[in-house]
Design a protein around this ligand. Structure first.
Ligand code: GRF
Length: 214
């Protein structure tokens, strides 16, 4: 019998990926997992309102309140203590996690990135900056990636990806919304469910999905 996984979602902004997780949970699509805590890196994140509406415990651990990333890491670990968190999901979380958190939650932190990694990722590639670079490249497709987090920014093993077309006349706003709606909001809940079901095996820097792929 698998242990029901307690999920903590980390947010910084609008929280549309958090909302996708909440909605998927309500539809029964997150197997063997439940969102028990939301941690926001600033007190203006609209994601906080989404957690409140869904009656999910939440806390602001403001990145600005800590001088160093080591101190911020310690504050994050303190917020998670006694909550028996099995999985951390970074959903539009804009702060960098330090080595202490990554080590403690090795292979138990998932991030959603708005490009097809290894393209347009790494330091400095976040939010609309990603889509600006994608449009400048002239590529005809882009997409999103759900991946494990390690010490390399956007460097952990890829869990799921989904491609979306780039249309004539797209700008960063139009493209960001298409990537979120058609890719991020679909693959993040699915990736979280697969990890909660313990159906993801990590082989080097790659993953395999165990059991019938539905
Ligand atoms: C979006 O750019 C998304 O691609 C990335 O973080 C940004 C905000 O996401 N993951 P959210 O609406 O706060 O989930």
């Amino acid at each position: 019998m698998l242990k029901m996984k307690n999920i903590a979602v980390f947010v910084s902004g609008g929280g549309t990926n958090l909302q996708a997780l909440i909605d998927a949970q309500e539809r029964g699509e997150i197997k063997n997992g439940r969102i028990v805590f939301v941690l926001a890196s600033n007190d203006r994140a609209y994601a906080i309102q989404r957690a409140e509406k869904a009656d999910i415990e939440h806390q602001v651990v403001s990145r600005k309140a800590y001088a160093s990333s080591e101190d911020y890491d310690a504050a994050i670990l303190a917020a998670l203590e006694h909550r028996d968190i099995d999985l951390i999901v970074l959903a539009g979380f804009l702060s960098i996690l330090g080595p202490t958190v990554i080590e403690k939650y090795r292979n138990r932190i998932i991030n959603i990135h708005p490009s097809l990694i290894p393209l347009f990722c790494g330091d400095g590639f976040y939010g609309k900056k990603v889509h600006t670079a994608v449009l400048a490249s002239g590529m005809k497709v882009t997409g999103a990636t759900a991946h494990f987090v390690n010490e390399i920014t956007d460097g952990g093993a890829i869990i799921l990806q989904k491609a979306v077309p780039i249309e004539q006349g797209d700008n960063e706003d139009i493209l960001q919304y298409r990537v979120m709606r058609q890719a991020e909001w679909e693959i993040l809940p699915r990736a979280v469910s697969l990890v909660c079901e313990e159906r993801i095996r990590i082989v080097g820097n790659r993953t395999e999905i165990l059991g019938a792929t539905n």
